[in-house]
Structure formats: C-alpha cells, structure tokens
Design a protein. Structure first.
Length: 255
C-alpha cells in the first residue's frame, strides 16, 4: 500500500482534512513549551495539602491531574480518612466531589455536621443522645442547615448508591466543568464494575480510565482502595508499608 495514501487515511480518521495532514512539529513543540512555562508559575505554597501537616510533609501537596491512592485493609479507616480530608479541603475553600459507596450521602453529611458542631461523631451516628450534651440535636440541625446553605457547591456528595465507571466519568466531567478541585472515591472496590465474571479485567481497565480523567479534567483524584489481607506466614507484614502490588484485584495502578 502507498504509505502516503495510508497516512491520508489516518488523517481522515482523525478528522484532519486537506493538505495539512502531516504533524506540525514546531506547533507541537511550542504548545509543550507554553505548558512547561506555565508549570514555572505554579504556586506550590498555595496548593492543597493533607488535613495532617505530618502527611503533607511526608507525601507532599496535591497538584492538578494527580491521582493519589489511600490503601487499607477492611476496617482500616479509609472512609474516616477521606471524610476528614474532604472536610479539611472544604474549609480551606477547595471544592470537592465525594463519590462515597461505603455510606449513604445523608450519613456522610451527618458525620461532617457532627464534627462541625463539635459533637462526638460516633455517638451521633449511633443515636446515643443521652451521652451527648444538652442541646446537641439543635446544634446538629443548625450545622446541617449551614452545610446546605454555605457548602452546597463546595462539598458535593454524589447521590449514586454505587457508582459505575460511566457515572464516574459523568461526575468527573461535571467536576471539571464546574471548576471543582477534587474528586474523592470511597472506594474503588465498591464501585459497580458491571462484569462480575471478569472483575479484575474490568477494574484494571477502569484504573486506566481514572488516570485519564484526572489528567483530562485537571482534577486531583483521591481514591481509597482495598488491600489484600496480610499473609499468615509473615507476622511483620501487617506493620510494613505495603507496595502497590498489595492492591486487591487491580494491578493497573502499578503502571
């Protein structure tokens, strides 16, 4: 086959018409130069960090397009960490979309309100009103109202009970269009992957899409993942920093 003809076919498939089907190397270089210069103007001091200064010092700040994973075994506190981080970011003025699948949005909102009202979160969630101070319910209701009025466009809890990959793409696009700063996913293994017969393959493909979403929408994505259970043959494994290979059913995050 004529190489020139095949090149023109590729150009047509890409939507390029006319004689300008060859890549313009100078234009590509200039676009990359402009992007590199823009990186020089990033204010790293103003970039969002973690709710814990220790974590910020150890891990660093969040940059646009970052994908950060928080891994723990079942019951390890993934949801608690993400809620604390979401609340911290909202208080700092950053806008967060929270896709939570461990708890219903109303319960997540209740936890944030309880913390904001200075009440013991566990007692509120369990309805242990006798252990709470007088007027706790009134304070909680006032804080819930404040969150609705002041934070409705700052901390958005996705209403989906279980988020599919298609719905996650929808919410990522929404976040990008509405100039949100973060997308939090709690957690990857609770998502509706749609293919129960080959869950690992679906999750691996989804991991690649999530990386692309962060880059294309310039979102900072913070996602919780479940780790494999510690080996019964290595008693020290429970206390060591787990490698990326410890992520359950999803090797694509290692790439």
């Amino acid at each position: 086959m004529d190489p020139g003809k095949r090149l023109r076919e590729f150009a047509a498939e890409a939507g390029v018409v006319g004689s300008h089907y060859l890549p313009d190397e100078r234009r590509i270089a200039e676009e990359q130069e402009a992007e590199a210069l823009a990186l020089l103007d990033l204010d790293y001091e103003g970039m969002p960090g973690w709710f814990s200064p220790t974590l910020t010092n150890e891990i660093g700040v969040f940059l646009p397009g970052d994908l950060v994973l928080v891994g723990a075994r079942p019951g390890g506190g993934k949801t608690t960490l993400l809620i604390n981080q979401a609340t911290y970011l909202a208080k700092q003025g950053f806008r967060v979309v929270y896709a939570g699948m461990e708890m219903r949005p109303a319960r997540l909102r209740l936890q944030v309100a309880a913390a904001g009202a200075g009440l013991d979160v566990a007692s509120v969630v369990r309805g242990q009103w006798r252990s709470l101070p007088t007027g706790a319910r009134s304070r909680l209701e006032a804080e819930l109202k404040r969150l609705t009025v002041e934070w409705s466009d700052r901390l958005l809890f996705v209403p989906d009970e279980r988020v599919s990959m298609a719905r996650l793409e929808y919410w990522a696009e929404h976040a990008g269009r509405k100039a949100y700063d973060f997308l939090l996913i709690d957690h990857i293994h609770r998502m509706d992957w749609g293919n129960p017969f080959d869950l690992t393959a679906s999750m691996n493909e989804g991991a690649k899409v999530i990386k692309t979403l962060a880059k294309n929408h310039r979102l900072r994505i913070l996602a919780a993942v479940q780790l494999k259970r510690a080996s019964q043959y290595d008693p020290l494994e429970e206390y060591m920093v787990p490698p990326l290979s410890a992520i359950k059913q999803c090797g694509a995050f290692e790439e």
